[in-house]
Each structure stands twice: as C-alpha cells, then as structure tokens.
Design a protein around this ligand. Structure first.
Ligand code: AMP
Length: 202
C-alpha cells in the first residue's frame, strides 16, 4: 500500500505513521526526518530553510525523496509523511507513483501550536513527549531508552505560526486533489490509530 498521511504540524501524523507502518510492515518515510538527517554540502542550505519554518525548494526536496523511494524496502509500499506539501509536489508525485490512499489527521490550529511548543523527541529512538501533557519521568531523558530528549529548532511559536500558515495555504489544496479520508486527531493515540485502520479497511 502506498499511503500519504497529511496533517498540520503537531497533528500526530508522524506518530501514527510510525505505528501503522509497523503494523503493515512498510517503511515510514518522513521528509522532515530525511531533510534533518541530510549531510554533506546540502546540509547548511537545507537547515537554513527548516530553521525559519520555510519549505525547502521543491527540486531539492524531490531529489532527496526520490533517493529514498528508490531503496528496496519501498517496493511493497510505504507511508509518506510530510510530502507532498503543495500542489506542485503533488503533481510531481503523480508522475512517479500512484498513491492508494490519503489520510488527513485533523486538529485545530490552537492544539497544533500547543503540541509543537511543548514537544521534545528522543535523539536516540525517536520517541515523542509533550513536556506539558505527556512528560517523561525524568526531565530531558527518554523513558524507553534513556536517550537525550531534544527540542526541534523550528518548534517555537514564531516558526510554528509560519508553518501553520503555509499548511493552510499550500498543503490543504492537495487534500481535494486526492479525495482524502478525514480522521479526528484530537483523540487518544490508539483511537486515532483505530480510525486510520478503519479508513484503510484493514
Ligand atoms: P516536518 O518534520 O514534516 O514538520 O518538516 C520540517 C521542515 O522540513 C519543514 O518545515 C520544511 O522546512 C521541511 N520539509 C519537510 N517536508 C517538506 C516538503 N515536502 N517540501 C519542502 N520542505 C519540506
């Protein structure tokens, strides 16, 4: 199955993509993670966009994505999280792949802001926490693997307002393009997963 998970920043699409990808045995491809993990001469250029909440240019993004999709583990399908982010990217994706289903995880802008501002992530295993609503047992330390918890440079109020604005203006139109299925993202994590699996008819 080739799936897209779409939602405003903080909607939990990364968390859900991770859970569902493990259930289905297909890779979870987060374009944000791919870009943050870039190295070499492209790294500084990429980081300069991410830090202020801007989109990385389409051509550069597509190059990074195509490299990832060409790996063997994508043959049986994948969950794309964070791509496409605008109509130009959706059209490019249509040229290279046919997507089976698109899930939109819906939360309010107010909820998105709170979730991102208090979000910390384990630098070792990727587990996510919210220092207000779901704090780790020891501040700054992952409950699961004792890894160091870090805060993303773009999870601050100013960059978040910019990212939410870009989502509504540029990303939301792709949902009409694909006829997505909506899932309420303001529920407990396992309830959201159940709704997604139901939408996928699994
Ligand atoms: P995310 O982890 O999905 O919130 O992405 C973090 C940042 O990576 C975004 O704010 C963009 O700067 C960049 N990024 C991720 N996916 C894309 C994309 N499809 N197109 C352009 N930039 C992207």
């Amino acid at each position: 199955m080739k799936l897209l998970f779409v939602g405003v920043q903080g909607s939990g699409k990364g968390t859900q993509a991770k859970i569902v990808s493990e259930k289905l045995g297909i890779p979870h491809i987060s374009t944000g993670d791919l870009l943050r993990g870039a190295f070499g001469e492209l790294k500084n250029e990429i980081d300069s966009y991410i830090a202020v909440g801007k989109l990385v240019p389409d051509e550069l993004m597509l190059r990074v994505l195509q490299d990832r999709l060409s790996l063997n583990d994508c043959v049986g399908g994948f969950i794309l999280d964070g791509y496409p982010r605008n109509m130009a990217q959706a059209k490019k994706l249509d040229e290279i792949i046919s997507i089976d289903k698109v899930i939109e995880i819906v939360i309010s802008d107010e909820e998105a802001l709170v979730r991102a501002i208090y979000r910390v992530t384990c630098s070792k295993c990727g587990e996510g926490y919210n220092t207000k609503t779901n704090p780790p047992k020891r501040a700054g330390v992952c409950d699961k693997c004792n890894g160091v918890l870090t805060k993303r440079a773009d999870d601050n109020e100013q960059a978040m307002l910019k990212r939410i604005g870009i989502y509504h203006k540029e990303t939301e139109p792709i949902l009409l393009h694909y006829k997505s299925v909506k899932v309420n993202g303001e529920q407990k994590i396992d309830r959201v997963t159940e709704d997604i699996l139901r939408a996928l008819e699994i």
